[in-house]
Design a protein around this ligand. Structure first.
Ligand code: GLC
Ligand code: CA
Length: 531
């Protein structure tokens, strides 16, 4: 099993580049900053770093609006900085995964400038242009994910263009072979520069209904939910033709050996697993966000893991995610004590884990002062903004938590959490009880025990409310995880043989023998090894 491909055994760590490390004192993180912090990632024990977009961009959506797919925004550095990052990462055996944003470009991209110039422009068909509806309004009822209609009229040519996100993010037309060719060339450009894979932005959006039919009303739309949820995205996303597009990207990657294709997909389990593609020609890892969307109760999570495991296609490799730059942080969602259980769950389930920067120090929801919102979604639909989970990484107790270099540095682009002077990497490194130490130990166990990295999964029905128990098994090794999602201490039966504690979320239990029964504190999780 030792020759299993790296992206199956490894752990991915997501860096939001604006918020990781600022080296030139402008208050925004940059590429030399990521390079300077690679030792932290190597020390922590992750295997790959996924970097959210770093391309030239007007930053309407903070880089998810790309103006040049083959460059680096000066805010983040230069191509030379990028090459240095890749070289330094590879020297530490860390892989580099780029964010690829093929669904839409920036409104300033030369392709769009050319496309909008006239109805007969050679690039007109690179984007999605439609005549107005019969009443002169938008061509159909599709809505933008960031609020309001998904169509904007371009008065110069009298047609509407489609944008699933901001009007500054026009959707590309993936039915056009020239678009596919241009995007494949982009993938090759970065593969040749040494990147180890891509996380593909909103991959389930790439193809839309060719007849542009209206989306049906969602009968279950919750009051107060974002406007987009008023309709079911039946015709605007998750179309069957998308699998051919994904297979095309995958084929480009396969020409370069063991590179990984990760797809961002927010769909229910049954639809999500379709993105492994027919005969596994799709994404290697269709991102599984189910732990973000499932209520934090043991019974719900037990059921989720069983359903996901059962739904995977033969040979499809699972993956798990607790947070990212679009979702409230795990510590904010479930509280600090349960966030420790969540870390143990993420790093012991079967499948590639993705860890979001800052979660390893238990960073929570950072309130944004009035008037301080940066996320365009917050301005369109207040309350839904993503700034609170994008705040700067906290490294030490020096000014600005070590995020900005130099004493004359600007204020960070988003605020630090109030407790930054104590909640930081340096303070937690030497604390055996810290969240950081817990993450490092869990990652070390994943490396040392092949059963955790690649072993089989089996649920262990304990029948004890609020407790999730499962095993990872490989060859003769049996590891059992017992996680107490509840707020009360428990004693659990352990009838089947002798066990040794490998790790607990509560420090000091490693090496303890467990016979017949296991005592668990409130919100305690334990990894046992069968003797
Ligand atoms: C993805 C990104 C998100 C971005 C959106 C539009 O969901 O993760 O941050 O705003 O796509 O590109
Ligand atoms: Ca900077």
């Amino acid at each position: 099993m030792t020759d299993t491909v790296w992206w199956k055994r490894g752990t991915v760590y997501q860096v939001y580049p604006r918020s990781f490390q600022d080296t030139n004192g402008d208050g925004v993180g940059d590429l030399p900053g990521i390079t300077a912090r690679l030792d932290h990632l190597a020390w922590l024990g992750v295997d790959a770093v996924w970097i959210s977009p770093i391309y030239p961009s007007p930053m309407a959506d903070f880089g998810y609006d790309v103006a040049d797919y083959c460059g680096i925004d000066p805010l983040f550095g230069t191509l030379a900085d990028f090459d240095a990052l890749v070289a330094e990462a590879h020297r530490r055996k860390l892989r580099v995964i780029l964010d690829f944003v093929p669904n839409h470009s920036a409104i300033t991209h030369p392709w769009f400038t050319e496309s909008r110039a006239s109805r007969t422009s050679p690039k007109r068909d690179w984007y999605i242009w439609r005549d107005p509806g019969p009443d002169g309004g938008p061509p159909n009822n599709w809505l933008s994910n960031f609020g309001g209609p998904a169509w904007t009229l371009d008065p110069a040519t009298g047609q509407y263009y489609y944008h699933a996100f901001l009007k500054e993010q026009p959707d590309l037309n993936w039915r056009n072979p020239a678009v596919r060719e241009a995007m494949h060339a982009v993938l090759r450009f970065w593969l040749e520069r040494g990147v180890d894979g891509f996380r593909v932005d909103v991959i389930w959006h790439l193809m839309k209904d060719p007849a542009f039919r209206d989306n049906p009303v969602n009968p279950d739309a919750a009051p107060g939910a974002p406007g987009i949820t008023r309709f079911l995205q039946v015709y605007s996303a998750d179309r069957p033709e998308v699998f051919d597009v994904i297979a095309g990207m995958r084929a480009v990657l396969r020409g370069y050996g063991e590179r990984v294709l990760i797809g961002e997909i927010y769909l229910p389990v049954e639809r999500l697993v379709a993105y492994y593609g027919p005969d596994l020609t799709g994404a290697d890892l269709p991102f599984n966000f189910q732990l973000i969307q499932t209520p934090w109760r043991a019974e719900a999570v037990v059921d989720l893991v069983a359903r996901y495991e059962a739904a995977l296609p033969p040979g499809g490799w699972p993956n798990w995610v607790l947070g990212n730059h679009d979702q409230p942080r795990i510590a904010a969602r479930v509280g600090e004590a349960q966030a420790r259980i969540a870390a143990m769950l993420l790093l012991t389930l079967r499948g590639t884990p993705t860890l979001y920067y800052g979660d390893e120090i238990g960073l929570g929801h950072v309130p944004i002062p009035p008037g301080g919102a940066r996320d365009p979604w917050e301005r369109n639909e207040p309350g839904h903004g993503r700034d609170p989970e994008r705040t700067p990484m906290q490294w030490d107790d020096s000014p600005r938590a070590g995020f900005c270099a130099g004493s004359s540095a600007a204020e960070p682009w988003l605020p630090l959490s109030e407790d930054w002077a104590t909640r930081n990497v340096e303070a937690q490194r030497s604390d055996p009880a810290s969240m950081l130490t817990l993450h490092r130990r869990l990652l070390a166990l994943r490396r040392d025990h092949a059963a955790l990295a690649v072993g089989d999964y089996r649920g262990v029905p304990l029948g004890v409310e609020g407790v999730f128990a499962y095993e990872r098994v490989l060859g003769g090794e049996v590891l059992r995880m017992v996680l107490n999602f509840g707020g009360a201490a428990r004693s659990l039966p352990l009838p089947d043989g002798g066990w040794t504690v490998l790790l607990s979320t509560r420090p000091g239990r490693t090496g303890e023998a467990a016979r017949a029964a296991l005592a668990l504190d409130a919100a305690e999780g334990v990894i046992l090894r069968r003797e």
